[in-house]
Design a protein around this ligand. Structure first.
Ligand code: ADP
Length: 745
């Protein structure tokens, strides 16, 4: 049984490391494990002394939302030597640490593995030199080692995403958005260099989510005359009226002979050969900085908790593992496998085995590359066949990322030579024959636009509407449809399909894509828009935390979600809110009574701010205002109570990188399936959700079966399993009863 663990961050810092440290510290303390924070990475472990400090519950309050790592990180040459590791072992033994949790990249994980392998020998050497430690030891000293993937490059094997990659990608996408507006104004071409010495994830995902023209990544084999091809493409793009171009290059992109491609050389080539005004932007350390995204905070929290749980659940196994998330599940992989697999990709790139490198990156990477190849085409691959059209509609409340889904779905349809029409305001366009011709070039810029340009609507289909729809399907020669929307849209599609016997025109294939910030749709773990909404909540709560000043204040933050608690629970987890009131569990009087007592106690013991997150439909009568009045009355002026109803702010703004990529993947999958259905004359109605990380279609009938129709939310909701984690970390002290702390301090 572990009694004492050390936690450290090492190598390059990445946003989300603080959230991981907080989770490790609090999970450990809650299980009566004492925790040492090791400052400055392995250097701190080697030096010891003031660089290793005991951490309490309070020490990790208020760090969740901060970028970087409060433990500091460093690169240690000493730790690379056996003498350095012997000194580290001495410090570990002197403090009685029996487990080490290391958050870092492949170098840091390699270091952890090395220490673990050498441990018996190092411990014996230390005991030989230090009789005091030998005598104090009870039995054979054991060192457990667990790694967490900390790398903005997302280059580590053993996890689908590493800590910091999502935040870095959001920085890149925002930069591309900003540069696009100035590039368009001046008709300029921009070269943007991203990080990624051995991994093209950031550049490739940035190209996809930013709607860039050209990507250069280390994993892709370039033709000998690749620059000529790039120059030709940009020249042709300008000729067809595309006024601005963006070339995204990963810092590790290579020429076919293996030499690094310098981004300034690309700039020069474009300038000289095209006589264009070309500007270079090297994004550099901006990509590492700033507050972590909601995704990174949640990922880090899950992984930090999982690292401690691994030690608790299997106390008798010697762990040399990294915990990561694969297919939305936490998995542990031997450190050596992670390091070897990560380095194999690098070696394959260096040896020019690019196909192998891409294969090792996995299907997701290959699919993203294919998407970029299709979407950066100057023209559709096939001429228009003029044998029927596909209509695309967006419905229900708008969700950020809808435009990206329309753009990518339409371009995949157009690429096959089929015309694509945007249907105005969901079914309104079908009823009134109001369509927008979707154009290949115009669609490029839609990927980053907020909301839905073709319009969304919520209305009941009336008896007389169906005949009008049938007439327009005939008149416009509509052969299939893609519907992107929420539960209302699903229900209207179902209603439409149920009228097939009366209207044979309705026997067209339809592909549904889940888009709802509430994340309340069946057969999909995530819906388009929910990540942006979470980031909007995180931004708002971060700002609220800055307003407290010296006052003691309780905030009730009301978030959307209808009868689904996703935004409230994940929002609470990502902001460190003390509590989430969810519609799934409702609010009881007994619970409110306990909350009032707890709230008073926390303020009495020095807390300055408490945040309660309340889903809008958590209770019909115990509304946000009711809670405010109740708490204010009970505060007896000892603390203040405020409310913040975030409202439509949550669905506004430009879509996050995650939502854009999800929308691209879902839109492409739905369009490809629709093309296949058209070829086989099928009238399938399928839903394209994401399950275990993969886009997987299911029939609309199955999707309906997965729905709790009374509450308009799925019967099974994976995120509810995370509630115990959110609760355990946000309470004011460990179960053993340490002093409470202020998360907002
Ligand atoms: P990252 O973890 O981000 O990949 P580095 O490669 O710089 O960063 O590694 C961080 C630290 O991990 C190094 O400074 C060194 O102290 C330690 N380390 C890396 N590789 C080894 C190794 N093979 N043996 C021992 N320690 C190592």
């Amino acid at each position: 049984m572990i009694k004492s663990l050390g936690v450290m961050t090492s190598g390059g810092d990445s946003p989300g490391m603080n959230a991981a440290i907080r989770a490790v510290v609090r999970r450990a303390l809650d299980n009566q494990i004492e925790v040492y924070g090791i400052f400055s990475g392995y250097e701190g472990l080697v030096q010891g002394g003031g660089l290793i400090k005991k951490l309490g519950w309070n020490d990790v309050g208020g760090i969740l939302q901060r970028g970087g790592t409060f433990l500091g990180t460093a690169r240690s040459e000493q730790f690379r030597t056996i003498e350095g590791r012997r000194r580290a072992a001495e410090n570990i033994l002197a403090l009685g640490i029996d487990a080490l949790i290391v958050i870092g990249g492949d170098g840091s994980l390699m270091g952890a593995h090395q220490l673990s392998v050498e441990w018996p020998e190092l411990a014996a050497q230390v005991f030989e030199a230090r009789a005091d430690l030998r005598e104090a030891a009870t039995g054979e000293p054991v060192l457990q080692v667990v790694g967490l993937p900390g790398s903005i490059d997302n280059d580590l094997s053993g996890t689908d995403m590493s800590i910091g990659a999502d935040t870095a990608l959001n920085h890149i996408v925002h930069a591309i958005d900003d540069l696009t507006s100035t590039a368009a104004s001046h008709q300029r071409t921009f070269v943007v260099e991203t990080m990624g010495r051995n991994c093209g994830y950031l550049a490739l995902a940035g190209t996809l989510a930013g709607g860039a023209t050209w990507a250069l990544i280390p994993e892709q084999e370039l033709e000998l005359r690749w620059h000529q091809k790039m120059v030709d493409t940009i020249e042709k793009a300008r000729k067809v009226g595309m006024t601005h171009q963006m070339v995204v290059v990963a810092e590790g992109a290579r020429h076919p002979d293996g030499l690094r491609i310098e981004s300034r050389d690309i700039t020069k080539i474009l300038q000289e050969r095209l006589g264009l005004d070309v500007r270079l932007t090297v994004l550099g350390h901006i990509q590492r900085g700033g507050a972590p995204s909601a995704f990174d905070r949640i990922l880090s929290t899950r992984l930090g908790v999982a690292a401690v749980d691994l030690l608790l659940d299997e106390p008798d196994v010697i762990h040399r593992h990294m915990v990561g998330v694969k297919k939305n599940k936490v998995v542990a992989t031997p450190l050596m496998t992670v390091v070897e697999d990560t380095r194999t990709v690098k070696r394959e790139i260096e040896s020019g085995n690019f196909a192998k490198a891409i294969q090792l990156r996995g299907d997701g990477f290959q699919n993203m590359l294919n998407l970029v190849k299709t979407l950066t085409r100057l023209h559709p691959a096939h001429e228009s066949r003029d044998d029927g059209k596909v209509v695309i509609l967006t419905g229900g409340a708008d969700a950020p990322g809808m435009n990206a889904a329309v753009s990518v779905a339409a371009r995949h349809i157009l690429n096959e030579g089929v015309e694509a029409l945007g249907c105005r305001d969901e079914f309104y366009g079908l009823i009134h024959g109001d369509f927008i011709q979707l154009d290949w070039h115009e669609l490029v810029d839609w990927v980053g636009r907020p909301s839905s340009d073709i319009g969304t609507a919520r209305f009941d289909l009336l008896e007389g509407d169906f005949a009008k729809i049938a007439e327009n399907i005939r008149k416009f020669n509509i052969k299939g449809a893609i519907a992107i929307g929420g539960w209302g849209t699903y229900q209207r599609i179902e209603q439409f399909v149920s009228m097939r016997s009366k209207f044979p025109e309705f026997n067209i294939p339809i592909m549904l894509v889940p888009a709802s910030i509430d994340n309340n749709l069946p057969s999909s773990e995530l819906c388009i828009g929910s990540d942006t909404a979470l980031n909007n909540i995180v931004d708002a709560v971060d700002k609220i935390r800055h307003t407290a000043g010296a006052t003691r204040r309780a905030f009730i933050v009301e978030v959307m979600g209808k009868e689904c608690g996703f935004l409230a629970l994940m929002g609470a987890m990502a902001t460190g809110a003390e509590k989430a009131y969810l519609p799934e569990t409702g609010i009881s009087l007994a619970e409110l009574n306990r909350d009032v007592i707890e709230l008073k106690e926390s303020f009495e013991s020095g807390k300055r701010m408490v945040i309660y997150m309340r889903n809008e439909d958590a209770s019909f009568h115990y509304t946000t205002d009711f809670l405010r009045n109740l708490l204010e009355e009970e505060s007896h002026k000892e603390f203040e109570v405020r409310t913040a109803v975030l409202g439509h702010v949550q669905r506004g703004g430009i879509p996050s990188a995650f939502d854009r990529i999800l929308a691209c993947r879902m839109g492409a999958a739905a369009a490809n399936a629709l093309i296949r259905a058209l070829e086989t004359h099928s009238n399938d109605v399928l839903v394209f959700g994401i399950q275990a990380g993969a886009i997987s279609p299911c029939s609309i009938a199955d999707a309906f079966k997965q729905m709790d129709l009374e509450h308009d939310r799925p019967v099974q909701q994976w995120f509810l399993d995370l509630q115990p984690i959110a609760d355990a970390l946000s309470k004011s002290g460990p179960t053993s009863g340490q002093k409470p702390d202020d998360e907002g301090k």
